[in-house]
Design a protein around this ligand. Structure first.
Ligand code: NI
Length: 218
C-alpha cells in the first residue's frame, strides 16, 4: 500500500477506536498532536511518514485504561501496521517511539530509545498537556478519575518512580505542580520549546487567578 493509503487507513482505524472517549485522550487529542507534530517535524526536518504514524497511534491503548499495562498499545499498533504491509523498518521505528515516549515511563529511568522523530512526537504530545487545552484536559481527566479539583490540605508530590506516579490520586490542581509545569523544561526541539514557553506562562496566570479566587481575593 502507498504511504498515503496507510496514513488514511490508520486515521480511520484510530478514529473508530477512540471516538467519544471522554477523559482527554480522545480522537481530537490525536488530531491536535498530529497537527503539532507535523508542524514541528517540518522545522526539524524529521521523517514525516514516521512522525504522522506515531502521532496517530501513540495513545491507541493508553496504559491508564489497561490497569497499568503499557504493552497493549505497542502490540495493537504493531499488528495494525503489519496488517497494512508497512515497511518493517518503519514499523519498528514507530513502535519504538510509542513504547518510549510517555511521561510516566521516563520517571527515574534511563532512556532506552530515542530518535528525532520520537522527540518531535513527544514534544507535540506534551504541548497538548499544557496551555489552555492542557488545563481543560487535566480537569476532564481528574473528573474521569473522581478526583477533587483542589484540596489545600494535600500538598503536591515529587515522584521518583513510574509506579508512584501511576498510583497517585491527588487533587487535579496538584497535577500542575507534579507534571504540567515541569513539561516546558523537558521539551526536545527548538520549535517545541518556543510554543511551550507561551503555554507555560498561560498556566501560571491561570493558577494565580485560581488561588486568588480560592481566597476570595479576585
Ligand atoms: Ni497523548
Amino acid at each position: 500500500m502507498s504511504k498515503k493509503t496507510i496514513i488514511e487507513n490508520t486515521r480511520d482505524f484510530v478514529k473508530n477506536k477512540l471516538a467519544g472517549e471522554g477523559s482527554g485522550h480522545d480522537w481530537w487529542h490525536i488530531v491536535r498532536v498530529t497537527v503539532s507534530a507535523l508542524v514541528i517535524a517540518k522545522k526539524e526536518k524529521a521523517d514525516l511518514f514516521v512522525v504522522e504514524l506515531a502521532a496517530l497511534l501513540h495513545d491507541i491503548a493508553d496504559h491508564k485504561f489497561y490497569n497499568g499495562d503499557d504493552t497493549v498499545g505497542p502490540k495493537v499498533a504493531r499488528e495494525w501496521l503489519e496488517g497494512q504491509g508497512t515497511d518493517p523498518v518503519i514499523t519498528d521505528h514507530v513502535i519504538n517511539i510509542i513504547s518510549n515516549m510517555s511521561f510516566s515511563k521516563n520517571i527515574g529511568k534511563k532512556v532506552v530509545f530515542t530518535s528525532k522523530e520520537l522527540q518531535v512526537v513527544q514534544d507535540a504530545d506534551r504541548l497538548d498537556a499544557i496551555g489552555a487545552i492542557g488545563i481543560a484536559r487535566v480537569f476532564a481527566y481528574g473528573g474521569h478519575k473522581g478526583r477533587e479539583i483542589f484540596n489545600p490540605t494535600i500538598k503536591p508530590l515529587k515522584y521518583k518512580t513510574a509506579e508512584e506516579y501511576k498510583k497517585n490520586d491527588n487533587p487535579t490542581v496538584n497535577h500542575f505542580y507534579e507534571k504540567l509545569l515541569l513539561l516546558k523544561d523537558l521539551m526536545n526541539t527548538k520549535a517545541g520549546k518556543q510554543i511551550a514557553q507561551k503555554r507555560h506562562k498561560y498556566m501560571e496566570q491561570y493558577l494565580k487567578q485560581f488561588f486568588a479566587e480560592w481566597e476570595g481575593k479576585a
